[in-house]
Design a protein around this ligand. Sequence first.
Ligand SMILES: [Cu+2]
Length: 228
Amino acid sequence: MTSRSPLAPPITDQADDIDRVWDVFLYLALGVLAFVVVLVVYVVIRFRRRDDRLPQQKHYNIPLEIAYTVVPFVLVVGLFAITVVTVNAIDDTDTDPDLTVHVTAFQWQWEFEYPESGVRIIGGADTDAPELVLPADSSVLFELESLDVIHSFWITAFRFKRDIIPGTVTEFSVDMSDDAAGEYPNAGVCAEYCGLDHALMRFSVRVLEPAEFDAWLVEQANDQEVAG
Ligand SMILES: [Cu+2]
């Protein structure tokens, strides 16, 4: 959790990984920038016009040409490899998660269902943004489904979005950080323009310690049984 990103702090191990890749790209790019600026400044000063004689002209410098071909090539291959490894690890779906959350997107709200306990949280036009409650220090599998058009599930603190395509269930899983507990108002949005009230498709996220989460789930199950 040492992110310098302007986004909300990451709350999953996967988000930490993405921030790490971001940092590698950022600091490497800053290094290249610094190197280029130093060279440009050096050339501008060292070879500024002093008389009408041209500076010494040179052709071919094999070691230099090899260096400026090989070094960028190695950098690009390295960045590519880091990206592929990280993306593959993040795309890995946990088949035995601590918790499954079934997310249904529809114009223009969200429903979060906890299939193991039958608890359902539904956002409505006349209510506040629905709240997605998650346990810290746990693996969570999300199943995403749409009832109408394409939506996109995005919690910025997860660092990625997933499009929700009608007619298919999209899955991904995350490992909630052990120190993720907290309230994240309006942390989730629909990231795919989906019609008139697209902007209202927000939800809040609340992360509880695992024991508190279990208690919350039992309480919700009891409440919903009474209500239903
Ligand atoms: Cu939407």
